[in-house]
Design a protein around this ligand. Structure first.
Ligand code: ZN
Ligand code: FE
Length: 277
């Protein structure tokens, strides 16, 4: 598939439609890039690579109207410059994560009216994976969505490259407080390997066993396990369950947590254990 090398200016946009869909665009080894669209206009979340985005836009007849970024890592922003050569669109992103391309800096409590789409998103600060990491939340009743980059994963969470365990635990608690039916559009397909760790630390969790069966079947036919939702994550994700008695007992038995350790200590111990699991 070829794509025009010339820049496409964004003229006056057609009126926004109300039905929105999300396209899953696999990239690299295990990334998901997300395209939110209404059949005509499209916003892309975390375009680490431009080529699969340009191909998907062309295949679906979509015009790019906005770019949304969660954090500064290359697998989330690497395609931005090339996309901007094709369409001069606003780039929304974290105010404090060192991304030069951001034209519309955002932080906790701010709201985005996404250009070209009938889509309002609110912004959460979720430091931990990086210090400036943000997440986007759609609060429309019946269509709750979360774009959380590398903060919350299917049955897991991002590594602490910049933040502290206390920061990440607080960020995850914010996400866990979203409505149960919020779809979790995270940026990587890490679910099965996360589930192996989850089973090791909480072997008695029935919901977890069901998720392992379901998600293994999905991956067996090469289907994404993402998005999950907040209810599933609260029931199965050990990083949202660090104070569950079964998990605390596993941490203590493994010599990774002193008896009586607090919630942050339990979260930190889980994250460190997963790093070497
Ligand atoms: Zn990252
Ligand atoms: Fe990433």
């Amino acid at each position: 598939m070829t794509s025009s090398p010339t820049s496409t200016p964004t003229p006056s946009l057609p009126p926004a439609r109300t039905d929105l869909s999300v396209l899953t665009v696999p990239a690299f080894k295990d990334n998901y890039l997300w395209i939110i669209h209404d059949g005509a206009n499209a916003a892309v979340v975390d375009p680490g690579d431009a080529e699969p985005i340009l191909q998907a836009l062309q295949a679906h007849g979509l015009a790019l109207t906005a770019i949304l970024l969660t954090h500064h890592h290359a697998d989330h922003i690497g395609g931005v410059a090339r996309l901007l050569e094709h369409a001069s669109v606003p780039v929304f992103g974290p105010r404090n994560d060192g991304i030069d391309a951001v034209t519309h800096p955002l932080g906790e409590g701010e709201r985005v009216s996404v250009p070209g789409l009938d889509l309002a998103l609110s912004v959460l600060d979720v430091p931990g994976h990086t210090l400036g990491h943000i997440a986007y939340v759609r609060e429309t009743p019946g269509a709750h969505w979360l774009f959380c980059g590398d903060t919350l994963f299917g049955a897991g969470c991002g590594r602490l490259f910049e933040g502290t365990p206390a920061q990440m635990a607080a960020s995850l608690a914010k996400l866990a407080a979203l409505p149960d039916d919020t779809l979790v559009y995270c940026a990587h397909e890490y679910t099965l390997s996360n589930l192996r760790f989850a089973e090791a630390v909480e072997p008695g969790n029935v919901a977890l066993k069901m998720r392992v069966e379901n998600d293994s079947r999905m991956r067996g036919t090469n289907l994404p396990t993402v998005p999950s939702n907040i209810a599933i994550e609260k029931a199965t994700n050990p990083f949202l369950r660090a104070t569950e008695p079964g998990i605390v007992a596993s941490l203590v038995a493994a010599g990774r947590l002193a008896p009586g350790g607090d919630a942050v200590a339990a979260f930190a111990a889980l994250r460190e254990w997963k790093n070497v699991f």
